[in-house]
Ligand binder design. Sequence first.
Ligand SMILES: Cc1cc2nc3c(=O)[nH]c(=O)nc-3n(C[C@H](O)[C@H](O)[C@H](O)COP(=O)(O)OP(=O)(O)OC[C@H]3O[C@@H](n4cnc5c(N)ncnc54)[C@H](O)[C@@H]3O)c2cc1C
Length: 463
Amino acid sequence: MRGNRSCLLRDRTLMFGAIHSEIGEQYDKELISRCNERTFVRLYIVRESRNVETHMKRREVFAGSTAAVLAGMTPWPLNAQTNEHPNLLGYLRTNWSRDLFSFGTYSYLARGSGRRHHRQLAKPIANKVYLAGEASNPNRNSSVHAALESGRLVAATLLKGSAEKIGIIGAGIAGLSAAQILDAAGRDVDVIEARDRIGGRVNTDTSLGFAADLGATWLHGSDGNPLTEVTDQVGMRKAYSDEFWVVRANGRALNDDEVPGWVEEVSNYDNRAGASREAMNEWGYIFTSDYSGEEVLFPDGYGQIFDAFQGGYTLSLNSVVTSIDYAGQKVVVSTEENSQTFDAVIVTVPLGVLKSGTISFAPALPEAYQTAIGVLGYGTLDKIYLQFEDVFWDKEPHNIITPFNGFDRGYFNNWVNLYPTMGKPVLLCFNGGPAALALSSEPDAVVINNARKTILTAYGLPI
Ligand SMILES: Cc1cc2nc3c(=O)[nH]c(=O)nc-3n(C[C@H](O)[C@H](O)[C@H](O)COP(=O)(O)OP(=O)(O)OC[C@H]3O[C@@H](n4cnc5c(N)ncnc54)[C@H](O)[C@@H]3O)c2cc1C
């Protein structure tokens, strides 16, 4: 949930007054003026609650499990029914920080890091190892379009050279977009993927009878965004998010002056970057240039996008790469089962995987890359889908904020109402940054109950 994140503060004049003196040479004037044109995120508070339906049925069917989520973000079968709670038909819960092929959600500019570190990752290593993916885009990061651009950029670089046999590690957006281009140009391409599916951090789950995106949800900023063309080409049905919010606590909508100041901070940092404000290089975060325009979501799921990246390349699933040896003329990529030799490799594994050290490089990556991998941040944003029988919340606002829910700040405060865009009685709750990390070790029973309790009490319903 990270729309319009480059301009987050309420007072535009104040922010731009400060920015010119603070950022010095780090950000050029063009970047500042581009950012200046972007929409600011604001809280639009809908004061009156509407369409509150209180005829709840006392039935709950839990669907989901932490263990299954860890194994691949899929739910339990619907097998754990109780009659204690009203109206919850099913849930899905992600736990990205414990995902062994991501270890988090996406990169962010941590304190002490800057855009130069992303640019460093985008540089070829010994002309045969190329890092790609959202964190290796030299211009913008943390998004599906950043991954797409990075995949295209690295493919264009390789097409200028003579590498014939190319290995691509990771079948997410960056890997598959590069694979398709290189294959179409006649190169011999092998994609090696650890999971039993393609898509990486784009993962649509349909087990609850609707398209639940467990990874990316939005196309952030449709104007000039290369994803706009790709999603049009695939014919993906689109819906548009607005920025209207209702703030609810203890059965009523709060007035503007009752909303605590930290609500905006949690929305704009923890639940957008996946990290707390204190952990971030705030100026770098705010002033990274990115696309503007509509925030688009896909009622039939983001996963359809992979239709655009089909090709004649070889794809090996369930193949966990453990080492990359680029000491010789060729590059040797080893999994637990076998080794393959390539003229060049594109490594699209997430920054979290590079940080974890689960892939060894021989020789070790040059120091500048190791520094960049170390100082850049890798955040966590987790999602909880709650599927109810009926809509009992405000039908119109796309966003619901629930402070004063009996938990610490940052816990279960942000909700997306999927009723306006999907026509389903489904809510999506976000926990990001420190809250997401703390909740990652809690069982589903605790996490789902607390989410459910928050939204029911916000609407004055019995729990
Ligand atoms: C919860 C969440 C919400 C998000 N929301 C949005 C959003 O709304 N809009 C947006 O634009 N972006 C969003 N993003 C970010 C977006 O999903 C990513 O930036 C993008 O999908 C990254 O693509 P990628 O190709 O760089 O990496 P990935 O999709 O992660 O692909 C890398 C691949 O490498 C594989 N891999 C890892 N380790 C190994 C190994 N050892 N061997 C072989 N393969 C390996 C992984 O399994 C994965 O398939 C979100 C992400 C998450 C997790």
